[in-house]
Design a protein around this ligand. Structure first.
Ligand code: NAD
Length: 289
């Protein structure tokens, strides 16, 4: 679809380091063209020391808004004027909306995750789920799930240096949302078995199983999987991790992280333009990339 750039064309952008590999420009430029919105989306490599001036340029150059990715999601929080409730709870932003110079920080990663579950007809509202990992992706997922009314979230993480920090963060999310959230050692196989027996969904929010370690799974014991335990893996490279292959083998519903990526972008697009992203067309495009 051809798009004419004129003096009126608005800019949306990605600020990240590295930014060049991102598929967000393809997603948003297709959507702007399809929805006949006079805007383009570019990716910029932004060094941490240039983040503040880059965010200030959203105001100076009247950008529509930006996406933020690693390593800027947490550092950008004090640089915006207002935070959405989810962004405030998560403590990280992946989207900034420019409302006439007033910059609002959002986090659409968790929203993307919840929409990705809806797309495979998995409902977790009022239910119990298990999440492996407690980093940036997991925090967004856990916070949004808690805000949306998931009853109980059982988090498992390796006992690394961040474990005590994660414990405090999860307590804070539990207090602010009323969701029951626990943290346990990923090596505790008995606790993991008990948690999965109670759960409707297992989420892998670690990079375990990602290329080039496709033969690895965050779950040591496949017998813990069952048909009625849906499995979501935030990884999308490869499209089918070992964990997803094992879950499919027992007949469980599964999805990879491409849908979370798609729907976090769709939520950002809605915030910037007030229009729906043409997700079917964008999905077809990103599945080819
Ligand atoms: P992070 O570094 O903030 O957190 C990584 C988590 O994985 C931590 O909890 C860490 O303890 C755990 N972990 C790492 N190696 C492990 C191992 N060998 N065994 C057990 N646990 C281990 O990273 P992040 O930003 O949360 O990203 C995690 C994954 O999610 C990455 O693969 C990333 O590509 C993916 N991701 C996907 C999306 C999406 O839209 N699909 C969005 C964000 C991140």
């Amino acid at each position: 679809m051809e798009q004419m750039i004129s003096g009126h064309t608005r800019l949306a952008a990605l600020f990240a380091k590295p930014a060049r590999h991102s598929i967000s420009p393809a997603m948003h430029n297709l959507s702007f063209a399809e929805e006949k919105i006079d805007a383009i989306y570019l990716a910029f490599d932004v060094e941490p020391e240039n983040l503040a001036t880059s965010i200030e340029s959203i105001r100076t150059l009247d950008l529509l808004g930006v996406n933020l990715s690693m390593p800027h999601k947490m550092a950008a929080v004090p640089l915006v004027d207002e935070l959405s409730p989810a962004a405030s709870l998560i403590g990280a932003i992946n989207t900034i909306v420019n409302q006439n110079g007033h910059l609002i920080g959002h986090n659409t990663d968790g929203i993307g995750f919840m929409r990705a579950l809806a797309a495979i007809e998995v409902s977790i509202i009022g239910e119990t789920i298990t999440v492996i990992g407690a980093g940036g992706a997991a925090t967004a997922i856990i916070s949004q799930a808690a805000l949306d009314g998931v009853k109980k979230i059982q988090v498992f993480n390796r006992k690394d240096d961040f474990y005590p920090v994660i414990e405090v963060k999860l307590q804070e999310i539990a207090q602010q949302t009323g969701c029951q959230i626990s943290l346990q050692d990923l090596d505790d196989q008995l606790a993991l078995a008990n948690a999965l027996a109670q759960s409707q969904l297992l989420v892998n929010a670690t990079g375990v199983g990602m290329k080039p370690n496709e033969n690895q799974s965050p779950l040591k014991d496949n017998s813990l999987l069952r048909e009625t335990l849906a499995v979501y893996d935030v990884i999308y490279n490869p499209r089918e991790t070992k964990l997803l292959q094992d879950a499919k083998a027992v007949g469980a519903k599964t999805a990879n992280g491409l849908s979370m990526l798609l729907y976090q972008g769709a939520a950002a697009f809605e915030l910037w333009t007030g229009k729906q992203m043409p997700v079917k067309k964008v999905q077809a495009l990103i599945e080819m990339l």
